[in-house]
Write a protein of this length. Structure first.
Length: 171
């Protein structure tokens, strides 16, 4: 069965083929994962943060997601470099990232949302690890973080359903 290629624009295709800032940061200040290894749609963000100024000095990613996820993650790492955590939190949204990349096919919007969800999770994790959440950070998860959680829950449910009977734990 042949598959109909998705109508990705040339910017998405270019970043998919030549992603920027791909790979681990060995001495990252914070690392956050979003997505589910069971289905392969997984994204990890590595941030190197200047702890005095709270400026992101370096951002890299690893993605096992699709072209849309790789391309949006790549552009996110470029958009956030040199910004403070507060600026990133308030300015970087999935809409802005999707716009910056020239748009995504409707069925692939969630892949960009997942990338921004991983980024926001990394920032929240940084402050949680330090036990000093700033006043500008809402206690409630952002839309992107909620979407990442929903995708993870869905993937977990699906992987449980697809497990062979003998692997399922007894009732
Ligand atoms: S990241 Fe799963 S379909 Fe794009």
């Amino acid at each position: 069965m042949s598959r109909i290629p998705l109508p990705y624009n040339s910017k998405v295709m270019d970043l998919f083929r030549n992603p920027k800032n791909l790979g681990k940061i060995e001495d990252a200040t914070v690392i956050a994962v979003a997505g589910n290894p069971a289905c392969g749609d997984m994204i990890t963000f590595y941030l190197k943060i200047n702890e005095q100024t709270l400026v992101i000095e370096k951002a890299q990613f690893e993605s096992y997601g699709c072209a849309a996820n790789i391309a949006t993650s790549s552009i996110v790492t470029e958009m956030i470099k040199g910004l403070t955590l507060k600026e990133v939190w308030t300015d970087i949204t999935w809409e802005k990232v999707t716009q910056e990349i020239g748009g995504l096919p409707g069925v692939k919007i969630h892949c960009g949302v997942l990338a921004v969800g991983a980024l926001k999770r990394a920032i929240r994790k940084y402050f949680n690890d330090h036990g000093n959440a700033p006043a500008w950070m809402p206690k409630e998860n952002t839309f992107e973080e909620k979407q990442a959680l929903e995708e993870e829950e869905l993937a977990e449910t699906m992987s449980k359903r697809l497990k062979p009977e003998e692997e399922k734990s007894p009732p």
